[in-house]
Design a protein around this ligand. Structure first.
Ligand code: ADP
Ligand code: MG
Length: 240
């Protein structure tokens, strides 16, 4: 049945995540250990020349530890993803909340929010924590991608007849063609401290909400689109 298939897919996704986490955790462990050994060795051999080694080597430890922290944080995000708790919330209010949060976190980015007025309600069914998480992941990516000179990010909300369309636009360099197929894969990242889980988690949440997530990109920037149904979609009632 449908539900069983979904459960199996989720189990597979879990196994895959766990396997990859183990793999990803191993990578930073070696440089951390080597760096600590190098520090100890340098100090034992030559306490006077120690300072040269100290700065560079501790930076490696700090960087790699940060990467581990990010990985574990995002993995627990994934782990804390139960079936969505769908209830009626105001998507405009949720988006505004996330918008302000990220505006404070990225003061150098020119962030604007644009709500297209509509007579239809903004109250729609979704899991508030999960959809906020998706918005955070997408807006963060946009802020990180926005160009260095006059970085700009725009969040747009639009009420369609049967859905809400949210657009997150940045003025970054766009997503290179070679990687466009890969960006939703867990652990795919082009960033130094990236985890590569932001979009994978976003995609999973949106699919469980029966919504759509896609992007358009060019050298002028990238648009991520997120469409959520405005009416509750009933899971097919399935028996054996
Ligand atoms: P992370 O942000 O940790 O790298 P994500 O899953 O959020 O992981 O994103 C995966 C990759 O997709 C990023 O490393 C980046 O290469 C690409 N990407 C995502 N959003 C954008 C964007 N708005 N502009 C350009 N590239 C992007
Ligand atoms: Mg990200």
């Amino acid at each position: 049945s449908n539900k069983q298939i979904k459960r199996m897919e989720r189990l597979e996704a879990w196994k895959e995540m766990a396997k990859r986490l183990a793999h990803e955790v191993k990578n930073p462990l070696t440089p951390i250990r080597l760096s600590a050994e190098r520090l100890l060795y340098a100090y034992t051999m030559n306490p006077d020349g120690f300072e040269d080694v100290l700065e560079k080597t501790s930076q490696i430890i700090i960087n790699e530890t940060k990467r581990l922290e990010n990985l574990v944080n995002q993995f627990s995000q994934f782990a804390r993803l139960p079936d969505p708790h769908i209830a009626i919330h105001n998507i405009k209010a949720s988006a505004e909340e996330v918008f302000l949060l990220l505006k404070n976190a990225h003061p150098h980015v020119n962030m604007t929010m644009n709500v297209k007025e509509s007579s239809l309600p903004w109250d729609i069914p979704y899991d508030q924590d999960q959809i906020k998480q998706v918005l955070i992941n997408l807006i963060k990516n946009a802020c990180e991608a926005a160009r260095k000179e006059n970085p700009a990010v725009t969040l747009t909300l639009e009420r369609k007849a049967t859905s809400v369309l949210i657009t997150i636009a940045d003025n970054g360099p766009g997503i290179p063609k070679e990687i466009q197929e890969k960006i939703f894969e867990p652990y795919f990242t082009t960033k130094n401290h990236g985890t590569g889980l932001g979009l994978a988690i976003a995609e999973r949440i949106i699919s469980e909400h029966h919504g759509y997530l896609w992007f358009e990109t060019s050298e002028e920037g990238t648009h991520f689109f997120l469409e959520l149904p405005a009416e509750e979609i009933r899971e097919e009632l399935d028996e054996a």
